[in-house]
Design a protein around this ligand. Structure first.
Ligand SMILES: O=C(O)CCC(=O)C(=O)O
Length: 306
């Protein structure tokens, strides 16, 4: 669980850094998985094969930055639907400390918004324009979701760390185009948020944030998991759509419980709440009866985008 000081700081500033929430062994597993996912990516946007000539399933999950229109030089910058693509990422999604942290902010009735992995390749890492997340489909509301960014490598100003404007989550929808026209890319009161590998940046989706290019020789990778408080989206999506997305959490908890990762959470050190598999109030026993095809379908239910 987060402390009162942490939740207060999140409410006040619109973001929070959680130091070393995940163990080094889990971060290392994610690094290896991402090495493989990047290595086996489609060769460019729209391509269906990787550099080994093998077909890539759902190649549209991979996003690229076009560095040079003339020679079509592209560099990978994002992988969407990572829970469907990777058992390793799915297990991390069921991490009890992570889910308890979400509960500390939103209570136990939260639902997944969307997941993706941001990649800033050495020397060629894409920038992300100043923005607030989403489309403001539900208008300007104080609660429009939260993003948890898990850092697999240290993130510094040199490799394009996240920049934020603290407290800007309370400004409503901001005209960032005119702000940038007026001030340039260094927006007033913006700050870099450098972190270590294993840290998590939690940020409100209303917060103004962005990041600059990576010109360093260091890789930056951030695994993003986003969540909504259920009551903020019930009038926007069908109950079935929300239910289907919520099933992802139960699926992840189940997969983690069946993995070696959960062994160390249940046995091993003293039984604190952080060492037990996470459980939500609303039980979804049907998950355990789903076929692999049904599970695969659940993992590709479209995001609850607002
Ligand atoms: O991780 C970053 O540098 C920014 C990514 C971001 O804000 C986004 O994907 O919406």
């Amino acid at each position: 669980m987060l402390t009162r000081a942490q939740t207060d700081s999140y409410q006040e500033n619109g973001f929070l850094v959680l130091k070393q929430l995940l163990q080094e062994t889990e971060i290392e597993m994610l690094r290896q998985e991402l090495d493989w996912m990047i290595d086996s990516a489609p060769i460019h946007l729209g391509a269906s094969k990787n550099r080994y000539g093998q077909a890539v399933a759902n190649p549209g999950d991979y996003g690229f930055t076009v560095l040079d229109q003339a020679n079509e030089h592209q560099v990978i910058n994002r992988i969407s639907n990572p829970l469907a693509r990777s058992e390793v990422v799915l297990r991390t999604y069921g991490h009890p400390k992570l889910l308890q942290a979400v509960t500390s902010l939103y209570g136990s009735d939260f639902v997944p918004f969307a997941e993706s992995i941001v990649i800033k390749m050495p020397e060629n890492g894409a920038s992300f324009e100043w923005h607030q997340d989403g489309n403001f489909k539900t208008g300007v509301q104080p609660v429009r979701g939260v993003n948890f960014g898990i850092y697999l490598y240290p993130s510094t100003q040199d490799n394009g760390c996240l920049h934020v404007i603290p407290k800007s989550h309370r400004w409503g929808q901001v005209n960032l185009k005119s702000m940038v026209e007026k001030h340039g890319q260094q927006l007033p009161n913006s700050i870099p948020v450098p972190v270590d590998a294993g840290d998590i940046i939690v940020h409100d989706r209303n917060l103004i944030h962005g990041s600059f290019v990576n010109t360093s020789s260091d890789l930056r990778i951030t695994v993003y998991f986003g969540y909504h408080r259920r009551d903020t989206i019930v009038n926007v999506f069908t109950p079935e759509h929300i239910h289907q997305r919520a099933q992802v959490i139960h699926l992840a908890i189940q997969h983690r419980a069946e993995s070696n990762l959960a062994m160390s959470e249940e046995v091993g050190l003293p039984m604190t709440t952080n060492k037990k598999p996470f459980s939500l109030n609303q039980c979804q026993p049907e998950i355990s009866r789903f076929s692999p095809a049904e599970k695969a379908e659940i993992l590709r239910v479209p995001p609850l985008a607002i």
